[in-house]
Structure formats: C-alpha cells, structure tokens
Design a binder for this molecule. Structure first.
Ligand code: HEC
Length: 401
C-alpha cells in the first residue's frame, strides 16, 4: 500500500518537475536494468554456490569443540527409528552415529552376480572403515515432520498427493564419510573423536578413535532438481581419477586432469580469496585442505551429453558413470502388495546390472507403466534416497501422534 502511494507521489512529482524546476525522478526506461540481468548464483555460477554453502554449513557452533552447523542437524540414524512418533529436532551436537556406506553395501547386494562371477572382482572400496552419516537441515527436517515422511505410509500418501513430495527451497542434506586418522594428521583434516558402538558380550570395548572427514556431499533444494556438490580432502589418492575435477571458483588449477595411474594423488591449491573468505567466516583452518571436486545442476550438457560427477570415496567403483542428479532422480517408493500381509515398500534399484550408475536424462519408463493415462510404477520422492530406505512401517493409526 505504502509503495503504491509512493509511486503515485513520485509520478505526480515527476509530472510537476518542469514546473517546479526539478529533475525528473527516474531516468528513461531504457536505462533500467533488464530483469534477466539478475544472476542466480546456483545456476549461473554453481561452483561458487557450492562454496557459499560450504562456508555456511561448516561454521563453528555451540559449546562442543569442533562442532559445525551440520553437526546440529537431523541425523538420519535417529530420524526414522520410530515410525509411530515424529522425530525431534536435535538442535545441538549429539553423539555421532556412523555406519558402513549404504551405497557400497547396496552395490554388493544389487550386483551380486557381478561380484560372484569368476575373474577379477569389480572394484570394491577399501579406503579404511567406510564410516558414513547423513543429515538434514531444519527446513528439510520440518518438511519431513509436517508431511509424515518419517514412516512408509506417510511417504506413499504424500507422493500420491497432487503436488507430490516437494521439499522447500531452503532444504539442505549432507552425506559425510570419515576415516580413522592419526594425531599427526589432525591439522589437515576436519577431525573429531569418535566412540564406536559397544560390542555386545565383549569384555574389551572398542577404544575411542580420531576420525577425519574425507568426503562431503552437499545437496540443496535451491533448484527444483537440487544443486549437487561434492568435496574431498585434498590427500584422497583417487581425488580426480577417471573423471578429473572442476572448480572454476576456488581451485588452482580450475581443471584437474585425471592421472594416467590410479591412486597417485593430486597437487592443487585453493585461491587466496577463498581462503580469506574461510577465515572471515571463522572456519577452522583445516577446511583449507578440502577441495570441491565439482558441482552438478543438470542431467546433460547443452549438447545432450550426460554430466558426470562422483566422489572418489563415496562413488568408488562407479565414479566413471556417476551422476548425482540422475541416480537421485531414481529415489522412489511404492507399496507392493505382500499377499495379504503388510505391503512391501519398494523402490527402483540404485545400480544398473553392471554395478554402475545411470546417467543422463531420466527415462519415463522408470516411473510410468504403459497405457493412457500412464499408471505410476514408482513415485519419485524428490531426489532423497533416504526416503526410499530409511522409513519404517507405521503400526499405530496415523491420528495418534
Ligand atoms: C548410483 C547412485 C548414486 C549416485 C551416483 C550418487 N548417489 Fe547420493 N545417495 C545414493 C543412495 C543410495 C543414498 C542413500 C543411502 C545413503 O545414505 O548413502 C545417497 C545419499 C545421498 C545423500 C543423503 C541424502 C539422501 O539422498 O538421502 C546426499 C546428500 C547425496 N547422496 C549426494 C550425492 C552427490 C552430491 C552425488 C554426486 C557427487 C551423489 N549423491 C551420487 C545414491 C547415489
């Protein structure tokens, strides 16, 4: 209302300008900036956007030593434990829950014939204990709670609803992988102390370990198909193997070619401007040892060639075919009748029969059956694979919260 009045006033004054001896209030319209001149960083400079996110989410917080923002987010290991009760926002750093890489476990399961076949086994990751965690920020977490996505029936119900599952633009999810490091390694890693879970019926319990972050996936719903970025610790021996690395914003050189031999390591640096931004944001200097391997915002390049991006740790064994956005487009769910009993909660396979990632444009037949109108075979769950795996079957009626 106030704006409208001001505009009317301004127009009025401008009209009076010559009479009152004043300059016109606004220049001629051809001098106004074109609406298309406004840059959207996530799209026009996806590498910079990846670092903008990195600087935000790795800020120190709270009283816990070395706690960063994402330590306080919703932990997948906790969020989906009780299908009958909504998860509670942690809001503080809690004991870390690590598990073996689910992706690598699934690959072994889904490509079992490949691993059982005679001859050299396909590359299986062996980079120390695969220790992984997955977390979601407040915007994503609240969406899960408000839409009942922490249990299977809720996922299917929302996926069937007219808008489907659609996270808000502020949602961010991360996946982090750690390895055991030594005291001497500490300055080069974002590190933490980790207490492995107790082993039942064992007199000697596992001692505390020092763990260092080796891989960090970050995905942000700032774009409808999400913005995808992956970071690695600079000493990862296979960092740019097979597919190279590309970071036009932060890395020297911006383009790293893959070594002819695997696991030989890479020498790169961060630009001083980026290091200065890290310092200004209060980040621990150890973060200067991380590199953006790449960012991905589309299924293909402008000529229709699939875009490829994979982390040497998390996507080890299928880096050359890895496409974050394509594989995650296959994150799906469907109830299949289990013959009278509880329905089976199913999804598209994560890997193709060769144990590799799908890449390029998603195929309608993944999601739709034949016919008009095409019946859904699998509902997309908005690119988050955890909604295919983590939710359990609710056993109390939905109105009892
Ligand atoms: C071949 C399939 C595949 C590819 C390629 C892939 N992912 Fe994933 N991703 C998964 C699966 C399966 C999970 C769920 C299991 C888990 O938590 O590891 C997952 C989990 C995640 C999560 C946690 C949120 C979620 O989906 O539940 C993030 C964030 C993530 N991936 C980012 C990435 C990024 C970034 C890339 C590319 C650099 C990538 N992924 C490539 C299969 C894939």
């Amino acid at each position: 209302m106030r704006t409208v009045l001001l505009v009317i006033l301004a127009v009025g004054l401008a009209g009076l300008g010559p009479t009152l001896g004043r300059q016109p209030a606004a220049g001629p319209p051809e001098h106004a900036p074109e609406p298309s001149a406004a840059k959207i960083t996530a799209v026009n400079d996806p590498d910079k956007f990846a670092w903008d996110l990195f600087l935000e989410i790795n800020r120190p917080v709270g009283a816990e030593p070395r706690a960063v923002r994402w330590d306080e987010w919703g932990d997948q290991a906790v969020m989906y434990t009780d299908p009958n009760a909504p998860p509670v926002w942690p809001g503080a750093k809690k004991a870390r829950n690590l598990r073996p890489s689910r992706q690598h476990e699934l690959r072994r399961l889904q490509s079992a014939p490949l691993f059982a076949a005679p001859g050299p086994a396909p590359s299986v990751p062996d980079r120390g204990p695969d220790s992984e965690e997955v977390r979601m920020n407040r915007a994503g977490f609240d969406y899960v709670v408000q839409n009942g996505l922490w249990y299977q029936q809720g996922v299917i119900k929302q996926a069937r609803a007219p808008g489907g599952i659609k996270f808000p633009t502020g949602a961010i999810s991360i996946k982090a992988l750690w390895k055991v490091i030594t005291e001497a390694d500490k300055p080069r890693y974002h590190w933490d102390e980790y207490q492995p879970p107790p082993v039942p019926n064992q007199p000697n319990q596992p001692p505390k370990q020092i763990i260092g972050l080796i891989a960090l996936h970050v995905t942000s719903k700032v774009l409808p198909n999400w913005h995808w970025a992956t970071f690695e610790q600079e000493d990862n021996p296979a960092f740019a193997d097979l597919i190279g690395a590309h970071d036009s914003y932060g890395m020297i050189p911006a383009d790293v070619k893959p070594n002819p031999q695997p696991d030989k390591g890479y020498k790169t640096a961060l630009k001083p401007e980026l290091l200065a931004r890290m310092k200004a944001a209060g980040l621990d200097p150890a973060w200067g040892h991380y590199r953006l391997k790449g960012a991905q915002i589309d299924f293909t390049d402008a000529t229709g060639r699939p875009t490829i991006l994979g982390n040497s740790i998390t996507e080890d064994g299928f880096v050359a075919t890895s496409s974050c956005v394509t594989c995650h487009a296959r994150a799906t769910a469907m109830f299949q009748s289990g013959g009278g009993g509880r329905p089976a909660f199913t999804h598209l396979p994560v890997f193709n029969p060769a144990g590799q990632s799908d890449n390029g444009t998603p195929k309608p037949e993944w999601f739709w059956g034949p016919g008009t109108p095409a019946p859904p075979i699998f509902y997309q769950v908005d690119f988050l694979w955890e909604l295919s795996f983590a939710p359990k079957y609710r056993t109390v009626p939905e109105d009892t919260k």
